[in-house]
Design a protein around this ligand. Structure first.
Ligand code: APR
Length: 236
């Protein structure tokens, strides 16, 4: 097995599915139950903040019982081994807004779609950890004004976070791994092409083939709690 030095891992909702957190586009997924255009856009928040905040408060409450699973822990262990081996670079990019990678101990972690357990004031940009319910009348702890608190989550039409850092790492990675993502939302769905362009070996770990599966050289299909620990064990 080749020895890789610079790894970028991308995770999606599938890595948290076995922790009881729903995915988006599967049968019965979140976007089958709720209209993202009415709940996950800046326009929706401006038009009906109570409904949008209620949706994210419910998702935040749902997170309190969720626990990291074997896939999250395998990725955290891989990061520690990787760095102890003196390899150059490890970056875990997640599209997920849950805190399960943190629970498992991942440190080199970038939430490109934000974090559900953080609240941001859209009036003064104050950002803080928050497990309470967001409400339009709740004053911002920094500027003390009400009316601006929103989830620190990237909505449709907003720029994902950390793209400069992600593309820098993709440009020099020799191993790119996508776990539990349907590959339907850009720019994340385009990361595999970026990595291939730079000669990286590309691996997909997901339940079944998806829209971008043909772009990966190596595939492991099945539940993440089985495929991720298996793949990590086999990594040279
Ligand atoms: N193990 C591994 N993969 C799984 C599992 C599992 N137990 N269960 C589901 N999957 C796979 C599905 O096969 C699918 O490919 O996870 C993927 C989930 O796809 P989506 O629901 O589209 O989630 P994701 O790819 O993370 O969506 C990307 O879209 O709406 C936005 O911001 C949202 O971050 C999200 C982005």
């Amino acid at each position: 097995m080749a020895r890789y030095e610079n790894i970028v891992i991308l995770t999606g909702a599938g890595v948290s599915a076995e922790s009881g957190l729903g995915t988006f586009r599967e049968e019965g997924g979140l976007w089958a139950k709720f209209d993202p255009m009415k709940l996950a856009t800046p326009e929706a928040f401006a038009a009906d903040p109570e409904t949008v905040l209620g949706f994210y408060n419910a998702r935040r409450a749902n997170l309190s019982d969720a626990k990291a699973n074997a896939a999250h822990f395998a990725l955290s262990a891989l990061e520690q081994d990787w760095m102890m081996d003196g390899r150059s670079d490890f970056l875990l990019v997640t599209q997920n807004i849950d805190d399960l990678h943190e629970q498992a101990g991942s440190a080199s972690l970038l939430h490109m779609h934000g974090e559900l357990l953080k609240t941001r004031c859209s009036q003064c940009d104050h950002l803080f950890f928050d497990r309470e319910d967001m409400a339009i009348e709740r004053p911002c702890p920094a500027c003390t004004k009400a009316g601006g608190l929103r989830p620190h989550v990237v909505w449709f039409g907003e720029m994902p976070l950390g793209l400069d850092q992600i593309y820098q790492r993709l440009d020099r990675c020799d191993l790119f791994v996508a776990i539990g993502t349907s590959g339907t939302v850009y720019p994340a769905a385009g990361f595999v092409s970026e990595a291939r362009r730079n000669g990286a070996h590309t691996v997909e770990l997901t339940l079944e083939p998806g829209e971008i599966s043909g772009l990966f050289e190596e595939h492991h299909y099945g539940p993440a709690t089985e495929t991720v620990p298996y793949w990590v064990r086999g990594l040279g």
